[in-house]
Design a protein around this ligand. Structure first.
Ligand SMILES: CC(C)(COP(=O)(O)OP(=O)(O)OC[C@H]1O[C@@H](n2cnc3c(N)ncnc32)[C@H](O)[C@@H]1OP(=O)(O)O)[C@@H](O)C(=O)NCCC(=O)NCCS
Length: 171
């Protein structure tokens, strides 16, 4: 069963492969990261680990049964006053199996327990039906509409978190 793991330095090669192999897939629904992201990947990876150490973000990768291949990313970003923004993306080859929904549940549990967060926000393009399904199934509710960073219309979500037992990372 795939495992949700907190981002580490040694995830870098598999994470770069995940982003490269799925670049065109992601660009169909969310903003492309641009060529600079790939050229500067090692420095950016180190920067994410620094943010994580500083407690402003908690990054996670969904690792396949082979222990190496990355199937998805589930990130808690811009943490402030107990609130964070949830962002996620799955490898095209791993979609349609309910894995994003399960991982979203798991990262919400981590947010409430290990990270002691009280509320999560999320947003998705109005046309991104798979993302709306994942967020709704993970317990998010719609709070309104917004304009996303790429200029398209989006829907905003929130999920209030209740504290619980720490330590669960399996799906
Ligand atoms: C959104 C995303 C994470 C969903 O991943 P996933 O693992 O396929 O999600 P799940 O299988 O848990 O659930 C998705 C549900 O949406 C449904 N769905 C997928 N595409 C759909 C579409 N075009 N119209 C309606 N429903 C759709 C699936 O059938 C599934 O429902 P089901 O279980 O009843 O079949 C994945 O498609 C992805 O990474 N897309 C590119 C990046 C992205 O959009 N990220 C989110 C940004 S907000």
């Amino acid at each position: 069963m795939p495992e949700l793991q907190r981002l580490r330095a040694d995830h870098a090669p598999a994470l770069l492969a995940f982003e490269r192999e799925n670049r065109a897939w992601f660009a169909r629904t969310i903003s492309d990261r641009g060529d600079a992201y790939f050229a500067e990947f090692p420095a950016r990876h180190q920067a994410l680990l620094t943010y994580q150490d500083e407690g402003t973000d908690h990054f996670h990768v969904l690792v396949a049964d082979d222990g190496t291949t990355i199937l998805g990313r589930f990130n808690l970003m811009d943490i402030e006053d107990g609130e964070a923004e949830l962002g996620f993306r799955m490898a095209e080859s791993a979609t349609g199996q309910g894995l994003a929904t399960q991982a979203a549940h798991a990262v919400c549990h981590l947010a409430a327990t290990d990270y002691a967060l009280t509320s999560l926000r999320a947003q998705a393009n109005l046309d991104n039906l798979a993302s709306h399904t994942v967020l709704t199934r993970a317990g998010f509710t719609v709070t309104g509409e917004t304009v996303l960073r790429n200029g398209t219309a989006g829907r905003r979500y929130v999920k209030e978190l209740a504290g619980g037992a720490a330590g669960a990372t399996g799906l």
